[in-house]
Design a binder for this molecule. Structure first.
Ligand SMILES: [Zn+2]
Length: 134
């Protein structure tokens, strides 16, 4: 399961002109399609495209984190922002936990069932505990 923050439109993000996703350098606010932008706490709250958000979450949530096929992408961001991948992973997990908790507090649209989110939240909490006690 994936739970993403509330998305912003191209228009909302490009206030300061053309904006390029800082993590993939591919998506831009001048795209004709709505990319979907989210604020990412791994990089200090900067906006990233929702595609990157999902990719990072999948790696962060994987039990085989450093062996995940997309770990290189994660590492690239960590290097760019001079942070340890393990540190970024915790930031990502904390953010997802917060999103789940907010969802369960009835914030935002109900596009998934509470039960699914509760199960996902339990998974994330256990994973975080596992990582922290390593
Ligand atoms: Zn991106």
């Amino acid at each position: 399961m994936i739970i993403t923050p509330k998305e912003k439109t191209n228009e909302e993000v490009k206030i300061a002109g053309r904006y390029v996703c800082p993590t993939c350098q591919a998506q831009t606010t001048t795209s004709k399609v709505e990319i979907g932008w989210v604020s990412c706490p791994m990089i200090g709250g900067e906006n990233i495209c929702v595609g990157c958000c999902i990719d990072f979450q999948v790696v962060a949530n994987s039990e085989s984190f450093e062996n995940h096929p997309d770990f290189a992408e994660f590492l690239e961001v960590a290097n760019k922002y001079r942070k340890l991948p393990s540190k970024l992973r915790i930031i990502c997990l904390n953010h997802q936990i917060e999103l789940c908790e907010n969802f369960l507090k009835d914030k935002g649209p109900k596009y998934i069932s509470n039960k699914k989110v509760e199960e996902f939240l339990t998974y994330l909490l256990n994973l975080r505990l596992e990582i922290m006690s390593d």
